[in-house]
Design a protein around this ligand. Structure first.
Ligand code: ATP
Length: 367
């Protein structure tokens, strides 16, 4: 069991490149913490510093209340699984799984039992006598995972262990990782650039961009209440609508969001009015998910803006309409009659309801 604390951890690579910038973060005992971010944001560098494979330039890494900056990977008692789980090619799967226990001079009987139980849990019993070269990608990753787990370390560190697998195998193994790791209760820090993986696996997600921590929280917290526009945009597979606006509260009667060619009026009874009113006179950035918007008839008298459908896109499970409303085209769910709208018959006849879903704390900086 292990608690990991990062205190302003920084990495500057030789040549001066700042890969990780004062990241402070805690992985609680038994927690599944996911580090999420785009390629090059510093996730692997951070994980390698936790593992002791990369020196920390500044700041501290703490394990269970003790400073660990100078401990070797072995002294930290961590197990790592990488993208292409390197295995010993000349050893069988059984040999690969038992190797960490042999090194630790475990009892051979106990080792046999442990390998048998683990191979069952990972569904690789059939492959125990085969060599890695004869395994599929999914089986190889299972063995790599098993080899990391077999010794029951204090901490698992996983760096994109599923990214080389096809979609079906990724989903299957994702569920197994979750079950296995949770049943062992070992603190796990898992790196990925895949939002779905992060949302489905994590107890908490930490989002990085350009080496800087953007947001930390449970999947529901950061999905529903992202701290920055970057987080909101990154977590959404559908394009997020980001629209600049200035907030006014004319004579304190209502909140007016001035978006240039349009404005929206929110009565004080609207729960979104209070949040926006805190930014009176200031430019803000409104974040709106397509699924939070809805097409409404012209007769609708709630907060809405008029628009013209510019294009429709088929996304398999739904259509998205790109609606021109004087601000950048906003994708919204399918209007009631998509073909008619796409032909332009809808000019000025529809509106968009629910325009204000989320406002970001530092909108100007985010732009
Ligand atoms: P990916 O998902 O593509 O692996 P990542 O978020 O894990 O990306 P890192 O591998 O941590 O990112 O790299 C962060 C930044 O540091 C990148 O710009 C990378 O080019 C740079 N970097 C990584 N290793 C070194 C190195 N040894 N020397 C110089 N720069 C490096």
């Amino acid at each position: 069991m292990s608690t990991v604390v990062l205190d302003k951890v920084t990495k500057v690579y030789p040549g001066g490149f700042l890969a990780v910038d004062r990241v402070s973060l805690k992985a609680e005992n038994g927690e599944f913490l996911v580090l999420l971010g785009p390629s090059g944001c510093g996730k692997s560098t951070l994980l390698r510093m936790i593992a002791g494979l990369e020196e920390v330039t500044d700041g501290d890494v703490w394990f269970d209340g003790k400073i660990a900056n100078l401990l070797s990977p072995r002294e930290r008692d961590v197990a790592m699984v990488f993208q292409n789980g390197a295995l010993y090619p000349h050893r069988t799967v059984r040999g690969n799984l038992s190797f960490p226990l042999e090194i630790a001079k475990e009892d051979p009987g106990a080792t046999r039992d442990r390998v048998a139980n683990l191979s069952k849990a990972l569904h690789i019993e059939e492959t125990l006598d085969r060599r890695p070269g004869t395994l599929s990608g999914g089986q190889r990753q299972r063995v790599a995972m098993g080899r990391a787990i077999v010794r029951q370390p204090k901490l698992f560190l996983m760096d994109e262990p599923l990214s080389n697998l096809d979609a079906g195998m990724r989903t299957e193994l994702r569920m197994e990782i979750s079950q296995l790791v949770r049943s062992l209760g070992v603190t796990t820090i898992y790196v990925t650039h895949d939002q779905v993986e992060a949302l489905t696996l994590a107890d908490r997600i930490a989002i990085l961009n350009r080496g800087v921590l953007q947001d930390v929280g449970t999947p529901a917290q950061i999905y529903n209440d992202p701290a920055t526009a970057f987080t909101a945009a990154f977590l959404n597979s559908q394009q997020l609508n980001l629209v600049s606006a200035v907030v006014h509260t004319p004579q304190n009667n209502y909140v007016l969001l001035d978006m240039g060619p349009h404005h929206l009026i929110l009565p004080w009874s609207d729960p979104r009015a209070y949040a926006t009113s805190q930014y009176v006179g200031k430019p803000i950035l409104l974040g709106m998910r397509p699924d939070g918007l809805a097409p409404v008839p012209e007769s609708y008298d709630g907060p809405s803006v008029l628009g013209r459908v510019r294009a429709l896109e088929y996304h398999g499970h739904e259509w998205l309409a790109y609606v021109e409303c004087g601000i950048p085209a906003v994708p919204v769910p399918e209007p009631p009659d998509p073909r008619a709208k796409a032909n332009g018959h809808a000019a000025g006849t529809g509106g968009l309801r629910g325009m204000v879903q989320r406002m970001f704390r530092s909108p100007v900086d985010e732009q």
